[in-house]
Design a protein around this ligand. Structure first.
Ligand code: HOZ
Length: 433
């Protein structure tokens, strides 16, 4: 680690004595790129500043929630106003209705919504609900999709489970995954075959409509519509995990972008505006089964927490009042074109995959369409690239198997600086190779 990251090293070494691996979530441990994580002191707009005072253009955005950048004035103000009113009540508040209403208005398929504290909790609750509603047990998921660390979904899971080489974790009992059927993302024939054989056992098909947890992998044309057709035909529910894509690919998420209607949707990240929130929602007749309206148990002391509701509400109001989507699409295109060109000039085989403000530069000769192809990427080269970018002031996700995020705080100037940094970084890589 260069001298400029001395304080980061000290703080992280202390963390390693106190916290397993020095981190509170493995995705941030730099396990896929080697070396130690930098320790963050603060964020402002599109920048992160570490404890040594180094500034980076941030394309992680706290793994997606910060679509407005760090410390957006509207979010800060909402929190400042909310704090003196009280930090938690464990009782109904008016603000949770306001956020629920905005989610229902925005996301095409959601008629009712329940707030929880994380995407993991939302996934766990959504599949419990799907199983109760259909009175079936089996769930189809896709390799490389990640739905939090729910036991039954931690099978060939993406994100840090893939980065750190444990896509199925020790400690998950065999029984917990007996009813999980894992298929290849974009492989609609495999889904059709399973439905043909076991159609009346399948409670739900669960997927990220645009996969972001094996790097960015778009759905093939027809994949989403065929999933809708098959689930409807066989009486299974279709669940979209829009933790990453919700309010990001469009105001109404991937389902608005692709004009698809799942039965249930899992949300997180942006709906909390940078505070811990998850949510699941969908068809009224299904959601009415959740306790206390119905018999399906799910609970949480901090669910609907007023500070988290305030930050989420401020973020979504800003997205509604000043939609950044067209601008982020333009910046995303400029960035993608620039990075691709830089990789071409350096003679480095790559795939630049992007939808809107989510993107991944795969060091891979072939298009990445699923988990298998994603895993053929050159992760060692990615690690060197990651550090070369860090040294040039650009903070990327620390794994080939994570999507990067633009925020509304990025400008053309940041894009130009990032492209310049990429050109230099890839040239340096080429020399090392
Ligand atoms: N779910 C995030 C993106 N893959 C990672 C965040 C984490 O696991 O800490």
């Amino acid at each position: 680690m260069p001298e400029t990251r001395v304080r980061s090293r000290e703080v992280f070494e202390r963390a390693c004595r106190l916290i397993p691996g020095g981190v509170n979530s493995p995705a941030r441990a730099f396990g896929g790129v080697g070396g130690q994580p930098i320790v963050i002191a603060r964020g402002t707009g599109p920048y992160l500043i570490d404890v040594d005072g180094n500034q980076y253009i941030d394309y992680v955005a706290s793994w997606g929630p910060l679509i407005l950048g760090h410390c957006h004035p509207r979010v800060v103000q909402a929190l400042e106003e909310a704090i003196p009113r009280g930090t938690s009540f464990g009782a109904p508040t008016e603000i949770e209705n306001e956020l629920a209403e905005m989610i229902i208005d925005a996301v095409p398929s959601i008629e009712m919504v329940r707030m929880v504290n994380s995407g993991t909790e939302a996934s766990m609750s959504a599949i419990r609900l799907a199983r109760a509603f259909t009175k079936r047990d089996a769930i189809i998921k896709f390799a490389g999709c990640y739905h939090g660390h729910v036991d039954s979904l931690l099978v060939q899971a993406g994100s840090s489970a893939t980065t750190l080489g444990v896509p199925t974790s020790p400690g998950v009992p065999k029984g917990a995954v007996n009813d999980t059927i894992t298929l290849g993302f974009n492989d609609i024939e495999a889904v059709a075959d399973v439905f043909k054989m076991r159609g009346d056992e399948i409670a739900a098909v669960l997927l990220e409509p645009v996969a972001g947890n094996m790097g960015l992998v778009p759905p093939k044309p027809e994949f989403l519509s065929e999933l809708r057709r098959l689930t409807e035909k066989h009486g299974a529910l279709l669940i979209y995990d829009e933790v990453m894509t919700g309010f990001r690919l469009a105001y109404g998420g991937a389902q608005q972008l692709f004009k698809q209607m799942p039965d249930l949707t899992i949300l997180g990240k942006i709906v909390g505006g940078g505070l811990p929130v998850g949510a699941y929602g969908g068809r009224r007749d299904i959601m009415q089964q959740v306790m206390p309206a119905g018999p399906v148990f799910q609970a949480g002391t901090l669910s609907g927490n007023p500070l988290a509701m305030a930050a989420g509400l401020a973020t979504i109001r800003e997205l509604r009042d000043h939609p950044p989507y067209e601008r982020m699409e333009q910046l995303g295109r400029q960035l993608a074109d620039g990075l691709s060109q830089a990789a071409k000039e350096a003679g480095i085989p790559h795939q630049l995959q992007r939808i809107g403000s989510m993107w991944t530069l795969f060091f891979n000769e072939h298009p990445v369409t699923d988990y298998e192809t994603a895993r053929k990427s050159d992760t060692a080269r990615f690690g060197r690239f990651f550090w070369a970018m860090m040294d040039r002031g650009v903070y990327l996700p620390c794994s080939q198997f994570e999507a990067a995020f633009l925020s509304a705080a990025h400008t053309e100037q940041h894009i130009r600086e990032t492209i310049e940094a990429t050109k230099e970084a890839l040239k340096a890589l080429k020399v090392e190779d």
